[in-house]
Design a protein around this ligand. Structure first.
Ligand code: NAD
Length: 399
């Protein structure tokens, strides 16, 4: 019989929204236990005591690192690099929240620290790569069913007006630009789906809808990939309405709009994904308030599943999607956030156990940051900006 691997003892660094989420997600991954939580603010540790009473709590790093195998870094973007370096120096595996960092200097520090500890896993939690729909889209792209792809587009629309500064005001303090802080989700997803690098960007921004957010709350960036494929990412923090994580990809044989695949002859071809009735991994979630028990999931997912089925069964009534009232848009949003995060953590843990690279490595996440930083430079200068290559960035300042 195969022996179970030893428990992976995990520490959480930063216990705001993302830290609470990570602590819950680790409990969904077999063989992981969160033993320590660090946050400089005592009131956040009081939250930790209530939610995860078995984990030891720290307001300073003294004594924190000992007895851990891995850490999750859930602190403000600008602090990720120093925590990644410190964790590696303590011989730990590291999962960093996205973006990997918010500067070229951060990238250099992280790359050098990771190179000095080649047997430690460093991964970045870009959960878009693990969203079931986007994984299916990736497989479709790999099968070349779309023909020649010319365009990819992603939307990150999330109204932050009521929550940007709730636990901490780092988004204001550090001028966390929408593009680097959140646009990185879709810049990374499009890079991964296109399987090629962004070489140039042209961006625009305004600060009209949510003027309390520093500098800009709406960022729009066009991406030029190596082969000439174009992309677009929209990030909106002040738009009224529900969250939107839409994706479009245009090929000359088939195109994808969210979960619907179209072709030139028939129009509608098939759906790539439908609501999952029970996301099994999440049923292990330890917090009752998380609504992830099988019953709670069934109660909330069944209506969406049914709506999707009814739409698919009756879509033909509206005939061709080209018609004035053609049935063209699938009615349900398909973004399994928590499930995707758990999958990302499973990949991180799998990478440690199987001694392989994670899906989102330091280099991958760093290239995403570089494309986003170029976007910020572009909207500030109102000029197209060439994306700096990782090798260039590493060589530009001596070690
Ligand atoms: N993957 C996702 O979808 C997702 C979602 C939300 C946030 N994030 C990322 O997670 C990270 C944290 O975001 P959040 O929403 O949890 O923010 P938050 O404001 O809710 O929490 C930040 C926490 O970090 C603590 N903190 C501040 N400065 C610190 C420091 N120097 N050292 C240690 N702790 C410090 C604060 O006290 C607070 O508890 C950010 O990098 C953000 O981009 C990712």
């Amino acid at each position: 019989m195969k022996a179970n691997p030893p428990q992976l003892r995990v520490g959480i660094i930063g216990f705001g929204g993302a830290g609470v989420a990570h602590a819950g997600y680790y409990a969904c991954v077999p063989g992981c236990v969160v033993t320590k939580i660090f946050n400089p603010k005592p009131e956040r540790l009081e939250v930790a005591r209530q939610l995860f009473p078995l984990a030891d709590r720290y307001t300073t790093l003294e004594g924190f690192w000992a007895g851990l195998d891995a850490v999750s870094i859930c602190t403000p973007d600008a602090t990720h690099a120093d925590y990644i370096v410190a964790a590696l120096e303590h011989g730990l595996h590291v999962l960093s929240e996205k973006p990997l960092t918010d500067s070229e200097a951060g990238i250099r520090k992280i790359k050098r620290a990771a190179a000095a500890q080649p047997d430690r896993v460093v991964a970045c939690l870009h959960q878009m790569r693990f969203v079931p729909l986007f994984q299916k889209v990736k497989r479709v792209l790999e099968s070349h069913e779309l023909g020649t792809v010319s365009y990819l587009e992603g939307y990150y629309v999330h109204n932050l007006t009521q929550r940007a500064f709730v636990n901490d005001d780092w988004r204001r303090r550090d001028n966390a630009t929408p593009l680097v802080y959140s646009g990185c989700h879709f810049v990374d997803l499009l890079r991964w789906l296109a399987a090629e690098e962004v070489t140039e960007v042209f961006a625009a921004a305004n600060n009209l809808a949510f003027p309390e957010y520093p500098e800009s709350d709406l960022n729009l960036v066009t991406l030029r990939f190596q082969s000439g494929v174009l992309g677009k990412v929209v990030v909106a923090f002040g738009a009224a309405g529900p969250q939107d994580h839409s994706l479009r990809i245009y090929g000359n044989r088939r195109s994808i709009e969210n979960n619907v695949m179209f072709n030139a002859a028939k129009g509608w071809e098939r759906v790539l994904h439908e609501p999952i009735l029970i996301q099994r991994a999440l049923t292990r979630h330890p917090l009752r308030s998380s609504h992830h028990s099988a019953l709670r999931q069934l109660r909330s997912n069944l209506p969406a599943w049914l709506l999707g089925k009814i739409f698919l069964a009756t879509r033909w009534l509206a005939r061709h999607p080209n018609n004035e009232y053609g049935g063209r848009y699938y009615p349900v949003r398909l973004y399994e956030h928590a499930f995707a995060c758990v999958q990302a953590i499973e990949d991180f843990v799998g990478a440690i156990r199987e001694r392989r690279a994670p899906l989102c490595t330091v280099d991958e996440a760093a290239k995403t940051v570089l494309a986003c930083l170029a976007g910020v430079e572009s909207y500030r200068t109102n000029q197209p900006v060439r994306v700096r290559r990782l090798e260039e960035v590493m060589q530009s300042v001596p070690a």
